[in-house]
Design a protein around this ligand. Structure first.
Ligand SMILES: [Zn+2]
Ligand SMILES: [Zn+2]
Length: 154
């Protein structure tokens, strides 16, 4: 008896871009930085997915915006949905939590870049807050550019 791995389908609003993620999803990171607030319209929720678990099914209307050095944000040119971003050299995608079609079984892990949050809302879910990146969010390639307390992990 073989167990079929869970897959989570995701898409933009017009379905010009569709992709699939295999396996259980990570918890969600909320980013309050200026970039994410502008590109998402409020603040952004991401689920980090290893590249090997991500499969693009359709990408006719996918375009990329390089928002800062090495950070590429994927969006749909037809409906304007923000879909994901990745960092050059990092093995993984930060997928917008709202892009998933069905239940994610993911919960908010923490908030990052709260130093740049908007003044029109409060963060009141009791989850941890980090003024910039937190160790769970940084990767070795990014941490080497922006040192944080990355030694806590291992
Ligand atoms: Zn679209
Ligand atoms: Zn951000």
């Amino acid at each position: 008896m073989s167990v079929k791995p869970t897959t989570h389908s995701a898409s933009c609003a017009c379905k010009g871009v569709m992709f699939e993620v295999t396996g259980p999803l990570n918890d969600t990171v909320i980013c309050h930085c200026d970039e994410c607030r502008k590109t998402s319209g409020h603040y952004a929720a991401y689920i980090i997915v290893p590249s090997a678990k991500m499969e693009m099914l359709r990408f006719e209307t996918l375009a990329w915006y390089e928002s800062m050095d090495g950070v590429n944000k994927g969006f749909c040119t037809d409906c304007g949905s923000s879909l994901f971003w990745n960092l050059k050299g990092r093995d993984g995608w930060s997928v917008c939590a709202g892009a998933f079609d069905g239940p994610t079984d993911s919960k908010i892990n923490y908030h990052c870049f709260t130093s740049e949050k908007g003044d029109y809302y409060d963060i009141s879910d009791g989850r941890p807050q980090a003024p910039q990146f937190d160790v769970g969010f940084t990767t070795s390639s990014y941490a080497s550019k922006k040192p944080t307390n990355t030694d806590n992990e291992k």
